[in-house]
Design a protein around this ligand. Structure first.
Ligand code: Q46
Ligand code: ZN
Length: 311
């Protein structure tokens, strides 16, 4: 197997592109895929400040590394979820990456800073852990970005994640979610822009990228993910992809091109109904936003701690 770009021996094949690469050319291939996603969808302007949602896993650390290597000003934000056996080593991976690359990582710890953690908070609120976690992440990344003067929040969702979420939304024909399932959600009216620069890369690509770049990431998945519907959708799509490589990309990019414009009006309508939450000022369609309601039930509060000084 020879590298498609330079002809040297290849060490990884990328079946979706029907190609194989040596180490350095694979790293360039990943950079090129991110550059193309950013430009095609207008994700990040050249002088904009980016806040990367960092979990300590492969996708978010690879994303941070790729954005910095492409010349973007990107800081990280790590959220401590208070999940025993998972949160500490994940924080360690995020901190050691930031330290070694001399990058700025802000940390918000749910138990210490907001008075709740995901496992006990979700039991108290009678909600699935991932529902409390997802609502908290969306709210806190947005609030921290606005407070810190960032233009964009970047998350490490890759092609496998996006295709699996799309599959779930299609199975339920959830038009409101479908209307919002875009690689870029615009900013304004209390929102920072949200972008997903890894949509052209797979989970396997990101693991390989981390190994090639010497990035030590948290390998174990969050224990709360077990039994999650999302994993079932991923496995189903992996079976199809193994039989016909390129199906996931065709499914996801076909949706963006042909279907997303048809359901965009549902999301736009919802956006018109937004008003600031009386408790935290975040945009919401309800009386009080989902985050404030959930946090109250989980026994915590929603005020962000003061940001640390730049190191
Ligand atoms: S971290 Fe949070 Fe995930 Fe853990 S509790 Fe669920 S949503 S599985 S990406
Ligand atoms: Zn609120």
């Amino acid at each position: 197997m020879k590298c498609r770009s330079c002809g040297h021996p290849a060490i990884i094949d990328v079946r979706r592109h029907n190609a194989a690469f040596c180490g350095p050319c694979f790293v360039r291939h990943c950079q090129e895929q991110v550059r193309r996603a950013i430009h095609a969808f207008g994700m990040i302007g050249p002088d904009e400040r980016v806040l990367v949602a960092v979990s300590g896993g492969k996708d978010s650390l690879a994303l941070w590394d790729l954005l910095v290597s492409l010349g973007y000003q990107a800081d990280g934000l790590y959220l401590g979820l208070g999940i025993a056996g998972y949160s500490e080593p994940s924080a360690g991976a995020a901190r050691s990456y930031a330290r070694r690359r001399n990058l700025h990582l802000r940390e918000i710890d749910l138990p210490n800073d907001l008075g709740f953690d995901i496992p006990t908070g979700s039991r108290a609120a009678k909600r699935a852990p991932c529902s409390l976690c997802g609502t908290s992440k969306r709210h806190l990344f947005n609030a921290a970005a606005l407070e810190g003067g960032y233009d964009v929040v970047a998350t490490g969702h890759n092609l496998d994640d996006e295709a699996a979420v799309l599959y779930g939304n299609v199975l339920r024909w959830d038009l409101a979610y479908l209307g919002r399932q875009l690689p870029v959600l615009p900013g304004g009216d209390g929102f920072a822009r949200k972008v997903k620069p890894l949509v052209r890369l797979s989970e396997r690509d990101m693991a390989a990228y981390c190994v090639m770049q010497g990035i030590d990431y948290m390998i174990e998945e969050c224990p709360m993910a077990a039994g999650n519907r999302h994993i079932g959708y991923k496995n189903a799509l992996n079976d199809v992809e193994a039989r016909s490589p390129g199906t996931k990309a065709a499914f996801y990019f076909g949706f963006l091109e042909r279907m997303a414009p048809l359901v965009a009006s549902v999301a736009e309508e919802e956006r018109r109904e937004l008003h600031p939450c009386p408790d935290c000022a975040s945009p919401t369609v309800s009386d009080i936003c989902a985050f404030c309601r959930l946090v109250a039930k989980a026994g915590g509060h929603g005020r962000l701690p003061a940001a640390q000084e730049e190191p």
